[in-house]
Design a protein around this ligand. Structure first.
Ligand SMILES: *Cc1c(COP(=O)(O)O)cnc(C)c1O
Length: 495
């Protein structure tokens, strides 16, 4: 239901109105006929809205105010690190020497850009404890898949053709089993114990001669540190499998412990999460993959190398899994990550982890009396609450999420991980002030109180947003409702 009358751009359109003013053409007009095949040309001009520049600006400014982003409000989306991205990194990425290089330029003319990527790789090697890093992969899931393809190639190069199983905990991020499947491997689930950690006995039961890899994130998706990681590494290595680390969110351990030292053989990072690439809405990502020595020959090619003081791309990699992305990854995101790492320094990155963990534990302890805390132990950068107590009073976790919108907060990740009933996965991140954390906590406590005293207000939320509660299934299945032009029919109202 529309609460406020925001016309569509087609409704403010007036025939003949133009959004720009340019001087008369003082050169001959170029004849474009013949440039495109006849069959592809429009017979009639497209029906585009016609509006003045000012009306267009106002229209889109009004729409932008309806968006929720990190720059407009708190965004505690667990397992996603929606944190403030320092604007100085944006300034660095917009420097014309970085923003205007062309990927097909001669190597000799882009040595600076290649040097930045090389240096970034070296920093990531240090941060992860790996031996080499590629920046080619464009996102987290792409990085997972790239690393699994390398692990698969490694086993095949050893004549180990039956290593086709990837072991994944039941709390894992959904991309893990998806990447394994796309890499042509089979997934086996390993159970969590009552503390939310991988059940070691179950792990021993599922590993074997067919194990290609164990895919794990530590801290895991419940925000808990796998204390038995060294023993787990021994078990998996003992049967000839590899250990893969999902490092999408490194902001609990960065500068503290390294996946390489925990026994992992491969890792991906999400530079668009931990290393301040702005993300959300499917914007560009960067998911570098780091590997230990044994896997280096299988890195995707080309590999960025330094030769006689110059940077060059090495294509001579006979065992490489091949190219996985046009050019060499998403350069702009890599520039931001580089600027972030250099401006923070080693001490700064360590502080990031400390603040992320402190903020999450502070919030968890203050909320624990009001909601169920399925795993009552120190958390890392995120924690999981259960809304089962509220469910007994007729209020679902979805209702709580909707009610948070009335307080101006983006809801946490909900109904995830799958092994927690009515789960809410909350990640405050390292960049929020105590005042912001307190405001969110107060809102959550108020919602818990409303659930007991006046559940309808939660069940019918949101009350203050532009649109009231949407039909989730309809919104997911049919994100764009067909627009009917006003002269032929009533405009379709959302919901
Ligand atoms: C975000 C995330 C991923 C996937 O990263 P994308 O860039 O969205 O593909 C994988 N694992 C974990 C734990 C994540 O949080």
């Amino acid at each position: 239901m529309h609460k406020e009358n925001q016309p569509l751009i087609f409704e403010i359109s007036k025939e003949g109105r133009i959004g720009y003013s340019l001087p008369e053409l003082d050169v001959p007009e170029t004849d474009l006929s013949g440039l495109l095949p006849e069959g592809l040309l429009r017979e009639e001009p497209a029906e585009l809205p016609e509006a003045s520049e000012l009306d267009i600006m106002r229209h889109y400014t009004a729409l932008s105010k309806r968006n929720h982003g990190v720059d407009s409000g708190f965004y505690p989306l667990g397992s996603c690190t929606m944190k403030y991205n320092p604007k100085v990194n944006e300034a660095a990425a917009r420097l014309s020497g970085f923003a205007n290089v062309h990927p097909l330029q001669e190597e000799s003319s882009v040595q600076g850009a290649m040097g930045l990527m090389y240096d970034l790789q070296e920093h990531l090697v240090e941060i992860t404890g790996m031996d080499e890093v590629t920046l080619q992969s464009a996102a987290g899931a792409h990085g997972e898949w790239t690393a699994l393809m390398m692990i698969r190639a490694f086993h095949e190069a050893n004549g180990d053709h039956n290593r086709t199983k990837v072991i994944i905990p039941d709390s894992a991020h959904g991309t893990n089993p998806a990447s394994a499947t796309v890499a042509g491997l089979e997934t086996i689930t390993v159970k969590s114990d009552e503390n939310g950690l991988v059940d070691i006995e179950d792990l021993k039961r599922v590993v074997g001669e067919d194990t290609a890899a164990l895919m794990l994130t530590n801290p895991n998706t419940l925000g808990l540190f796998e204390e038995n990681i060294l023993e787990m590494a021994e078990i998996v290595h003992g049967v000839g499998g590899k250990l893969y680390y999902d490092g999408a969110n490194l902001n609990a351990i960065m500068g503290k412990v390294r996946p390489g030292d925990m026994g992992f053989d491969a890792v991906h990072l999400n530079l668009h999460k931990t290393f301040t690439g702005p993300h959300g809405g499917g914007g560009p990502g960067s998911g570098p993959v780091g590997v230990k020595k044994e896997l280096i020959p299988f890195l995707p090619k080309p590999v960025l190398v330094k030769k006689d003081d110059a940077f060059t791309f090495d294509y001579d990699r006979p065992q490489s899994i091949g190219r996985i992305k046009p050019f060499y990854g998403n350069f702009g995101i890599n520039v931001r990550a580089y600027a972030y790492i250099r401006s923070m320094g080693a001490e700064g990155l360590k502080l990031v982890s400390e603040y992320a963990v402190l903020n999450a534990n502070y919030m968890m302890r203050r909320l624990a009396p009001h909601f169920d805390l399925p795993y009552d132990r120190h958390c890392k950068h995120e924690f999981v609450l259960s809304g089962r107590r509220q469910k007994q009073l007729g209020v679902r976790t979805l209702d709580i999420a909707k009610r948070l919108l009335d307080f101006g907060f983006h809801p946490p990740t909900i109904y995830f991980p799958l092994n927690v009933e009515e789960g809410m996965m909350i990640e405050p991140t390292e960049t929020e002030s105590k005042e912001t954390l307190d405001a969110f906590i107060d809102a959550m406590i108020q919602i818990a109180r409303e659930t007991e005293e006046n559940p309808e207000i939660v069940q019918e939320a949101p009350h203050t947003t532009v649109v009231s509660r949407l039909d989730e299934t309809q919104a997911a299945r049919k994100p764009v409702l067909k627009y009917n032009r006003p002269e032929t029919a009533e405009p379709v109202a959302v919901n």
